[in-house]
Design a protein around this ligand. Sequence first.
Ligand SMILES: [Zn+2]
Length: 884
Amino acid sequence: MSRGFGCIGVVTLCSLGFGQIDEEYSKKIREYTTEPFFLTDLVDTLPSSKTVPTPEKYLGYVVGAPNVLTYASKCADYLRELEKKSKRVKVVSLGRSEEGREMVVAIISDEANLENINRLRTYNHFLGDPRDLFNYKRGEKMASGSSPGSDPSDWSDRDRKADEIIDKALPFYWATGGMHAPESGPPEMIMELAYRLAVSETPMIKEIRKNSVVMLTPVLDVDGRERVVDLYRYRKANPDKPEIPLVYWGHYVAHDDNRDGMTLSLQLSKALTKTWLEYKPLVFHDLHESVPYLYISTGTGPYNAWVDPILIDEWHMLAYNEVNEMTKRGVPGVWTHGFYDGWSPSYGFMVANGHNGIGRFYETFSGGGADTGIRSSVSSSTRDWYRPNPPFPRVRWSIRNNVNVMQSALLTGMYKVAHERKTFMKNFYLKSKRSILKARAEGPAAYIFPADEKHPDQQAMLLKLLMAQGVEVHKLTRPTLLKEGTFLANSYVVRMDQPYSRMADMMLDQQYYNPNDPRSYDDTGWQFGPLFNVSTIRTNDTKVLDSAMELTTDFESVKGPGQGISARIALVHTWTSTQDEGWYRLALDQLGVNYKYVSVHELRDTADLRAKYDVILMPPGGGSAQSIVNGRPMVGDPMPWKATSEYPNLGGPDTSNDIRGGIELEGVLHLKKFVSEGGLLICVGNTCQVPIDYGIVNGVSVFEPADLNAPGGVYRTLNSAKDNPILANYGDELGAYFNMNSLVILQAGGGGRRGRGGGDNGRPSGRGSLTDPDIVQGRPPYTPKSLPGDVPESRNTNAPRLPSPKVLLRFADEDKLLMSGMIDHPDELAGKAALVQCQVGKGNVLLFSINPMWRMQTVGSYDLLFNAIRNFDQLNEKPVDKKG
Ligand SMILES: [Zn+2]
């Protein structure tokens, strides 16, 4: 009974003495755990069942067994087996991935709760959209969500009805694994947790079942998971061969699949959001792996400034409770605060935070597949005010440790939410109510999308995206006078007296991130109006709420930019980084733009590129010019990336018998020839360095800032070439995405010198202001006078000159540069080139310092690419016709 002492003050959580134990399974749990302090009383045994198979009976091994990982499809099969054998489990499909694999969720609760699941969902809808509480007594129907209602006098009646519902409602708690394919533990753990929740009779589990509904998704990136399991099996079967790298995770992007929470362009984000809106689970908890041993999300701040402070309190309440329960049980290295900031709403768990639920995540220590061994973790093992019981610098670690630690803490969280269900459900109601009151309380009242928008397609795309987020869009039926001016009929209105006003506000508002705040974990700015290049007017005039308008949903026919392109496009990827180019593929696929997806080897192996392609597009991907040109080192045996009968999930979206090598010098020559013969080469960010460093272009250099800090935000660029076809339909300025950490700053002119200089470096230190002339002491000012017969000051040598690079977009002056996000030392970016066109022979190289296709957020910049592609053979000035 000595373990019982671990349960100080939480006796109800102990598992001893309730039902039969599966002794064999439990023995293996202990065997696979490397140290006693990585095991708790919550998971040190597994209950047995006469009817429901344990994971071991179904899979042939215990969850967390060394050297074995389970395919996503098998995880789902096991949950379906549980559904067959237990009335407490129901499995629902979430839909399919880009490559056609299924994502699932198991819904687990008491038999009675599962029978009443639709009624419980209806309660969630009433609490999540309190406007509909007016209709509550007229039958508990699903929320229709169409009745604006922020009149404060209504609320006493609604509050009373809400309290009646809260008495009967249950919190839903949704935990998800496998968002990040190489993070291998959570999918395994979820299978054991599902079994435990279905069969265990401990008071703790019974309370979770009785007073909550648990939703479990073992794998979100099902495509990536199958590749990872294949690679792990290959590694174990071929210990002497070099490891095959995980070239692709999901079909489009790697870890950025957790940055799609606003734009909902990947199948997994669409599935999460749709299912969240259908069930409204109070908690959405995404399970990740990285730092030791268990990090529980709260973050360093600055916290997202658009969510309700009640939510931030909830993050802390849950996190500190879990840290405390784990610490009491003697588990070291469980901590919160630190790690990430809590600012950007792009993460998957924002599906709950953006809709008045509670979004959170764990980072559990990773073991590298299912390996066991010594692992060091110096960076996160220091004692700090938020980490009084830190991880050890070195530890013997196993995947079973990962399963134990994560599962114990997760059960603690689920128990708290079930045990204090009324508090949490009341908070859910309050957050929803305060989102509706927002329009007349803190404001704004609404965002207006004017009817005379210059880019109606992009406007419609943004409104459609807001609707996918569950936001209602209205249309003015009459011209309406507000403080900001008169808005025409048919202008769109996003009212802030609706339950998901905060999601709309955080996407449409302007963001300011103070450079003195802790280092940002991701982008600091994402304001969708500028990034879509459409007008969004934030109004505090509450008159808009009483203006004549109707609900609208009519954006289905929108096609978006890129229609009617016939140029032959090659989209080039490296074999070293396929993440950022994935967003290009995704954008082009969704807009229906045809292209051929090729690797750098196509450039190496194709002598006549011009015969095959009109445009070669090289998206950013990390690495220097040298690493792109050289590629993976040509050492050892060929390294294939393709499916075999033994490893059917390898390969794809591109496939190769040997991924070693890069563009190579041959490829650079092929590229130069391609451009000289009239092709258009488009480079973005780091790939600009290939034509610059290898001399395909002249007069452009990469500027390396000394102090600039601009880690991903919206920056103002100025149109400096209005007559250029690439800028057709653009105005004087454009809000563009730039990130100094993943892109490069271009400098046109000045001889192509790398480093500082080449431009205006100010004046010598001396008397007066920045603009005063310098004065040398001890001599009068001097201005030379020219006499007849002198040679002219600038001599025309008649030497032929290369065409100069043209700066098409330039970063604005330092005081105007920042639109949304963060910038420090803006002087280093101000005035630099954002988009440069270099004529080379009959063709052109287009160099982007901004990223025109980033995370499906930069729709307003897409036409920079599409205009260039459409006009690839019309970009050069016609030579002056000399008639003799
Ligand atoms: Zn992760």
